[in-house]
Design a protein around this ligand. Sequence first.
Ligand code: SAM
Ligand code: SF4
Length: 326
Amino acid sequence: MATDRFGRNIHYLRISLTDHCNLRCVYCMSEDQTFKPNADLMQDDEILLLTKLFAKLGFDKIRLTGGEPTVRKNIVDIVRGIANTDGIDYLSMTTNGLLLSKLAKPLAEAGLQRVNISIDTLDPEKFKRLTRWGKLEDVWNGIIAAEKAGLTPVKLNAVVVKGYNESDVVDLARLTIEHPWQVRFIEMMPFAEATDIQTGQITTAAEIQERIENVMGPMEIANDGKLDGEARLFRLPNGKGDVGFISSVTNPFCASCTRARLTADGRLRLCLLREKEVDLLTPLREGATLDELQHIILGGIWEKPWGHGLAQGVIPLNRAMNEIGG
Ligand code: SAM
Ligand code: SF4
């Protein structure tokens, strides 16, 4: 079991499969973002070996992310390899959904259990402005394909940015009346690359909830008030699905955090919003034994920071979100 010095059992790993992406969301990266050369990223066999090591240390839950995980070459084989790793019981992916209409079925057949799909607005023009390159219809087709392939329950992620999509939250929430989906609103967090927009145009979970309830009426607390992952859940009157709020900035859930991240270039990142990382890929390539690697991982987990320092003005600047894996 991997435990940190505060007694938290860390058993959930988010793996960034690549820093590359087929979109350029304004809150994530600049339009002229450059990416790491392939040789600097974990190769398929390295990902599978590290997954095996984490599983031996008690990690049972993995989420694949990025960058955009579906642009990774051999994504279906990588999913199959991870799904077949002893000890991995839960395997999901966060994706922008653009390629899911083609990939949902093979990914599900390879062992992927669920997807979170990012969709920040239902307005095609606003979607294009937010993602710079995206076509909303492709994402929508991806959501339908994911549901059809059994990658359920489908969860939709929306980051809300003032001046871009704050008035779209009602339409997004309304999706949960017709569909058994979870629509989750995420407070925008500050990282390197886009900190101006991230700190200046954040919309808080409380503001989003108020906007929704002003139009739709009060929501009921769902899931007995328990967090679902990092989301606090509510239900609209007659809703089939849930509306979730991920208030990482204004009401963080650090005390119950069970996760660590593996960056696309093989660094163990202990907290999304802290710069502290432990390099795993270099020792792996230099011939460290599996025991040595396990030791490095356990040492890193032990030192996991208690929580983020946004309230004290500490913003992590060593990496953009796409390299860490959201
Ligand atoms: N490309 C995939 C996607 O967009 O779903 C996976 C990677 S993306 C970095 C993972 C999640 O992080 C997405 O839901 C995205 O909206 C969210 N995200 C990106 N930048 C963010 C920021 N600055 N603050 C909060 N969430 C952010
Ligand atoms: Fe790409 Fe996801 Fe970042 Fe958007 S949020 S630019 S889709 S990695």
